[in-house]
Design a protein around this ligand. Structure first.
Ligand code: SF4
Length: 210
């Protein structure tokens, strides 16, 4: 018998199917946002994603399905999608999974679905893209690719693209955060809260009490 619960659960299963397997390597997305949240996700997050509110499962799934639609077309345009790039930082591995990379055009894309198109890209999106640019620069021993963040407005369908040129200082800031986060993980110690407007959307705020 069909029910709302069953549909919420279908979205949860979709996300579980598409989730990255858990590894010891640190993902870039963990260190461009609140380290405490990343720590909680590792320590208390359920692999079946039952810790996510049912509505959040739907929102995340809709964002992910937009990626899947675009990936097919981007591959036809010569982009490699969802490839995994790993940077060894002596004792820790930092992993990046840019949405799309085109080595011939020296271009990298991140796709974001949003409720509001902003004049400027969000800080954590820039940090994520910039870190991917830095990782690719090192792996390919070449100039960093030019970055683009593609914002897609969920309600009215408008699209806005921001271009980002690699910033070496920002890259080193994130590398340093990855080292700090690695230490917290090794010592199984909770990182300090890093409060921002994103706390409003955080599934761990009941535990964190920022
Ligand atoms: S509520 Fe805010 S400070 Fe606390 S874990 Fe979540 S994002 Fe971090």
């Amino acid at each position: 018998m069909i029910s709302e619960q069953l549909i919420y659960d279908a979205f949860r299963r979709f996300l579980v199917k598409k989730s990255r397997p858990r590894t010891e390597a640190i993902h870039v997305s963990e260190v461009v946002g609140c380290l405490r949240k990343a720590y909680y996700n590792r320590k208390y997050g359920d692999e079946q994603l039952n810790h996510l509110a049912p509505t959040k499962r739907v929102i995340l799934s809709l964002g992910l399905s937009t990626h899947l639609i675009l990936e097919e077309i981007l591959e036809e345009l010569g982009y490699k999608t969802e490839s995994i790039y790993t940077l060894n930082l002596g004792g820790l591995k930092l992993v990046g999974t840019p949405d799309a990379v085109n080595p011939q055009r020296n271009s990298i894309l991140e796709i974001k679905t949003v409720n509001k198109l902003q004049e400027h890209p969000l800080e954590h999106h820039i940090l994520q893209l910039n870190t991917y640019q830095g990782i690719l620069k090192i792996i390919y021993d070449s100039r960093p690719p030019l970055g683009h963040i593609i914002y897609i407005h969920k309600r009215d369908g408008q699209i806005k693209i921001h271009t980002h040129t690699f910033d070496e200082q920002l890259f080193h800031k994130i590398i340093e955060r990855a080292r700090i986060y690695h230490q917290y993980l090794k010592q199984d110690q909770e990182p300090p809260a890093e409060q921002s407007w994103l706390c409003h959307y955080c599934e761990w705020k009941w535990r964190c009490k920022p």
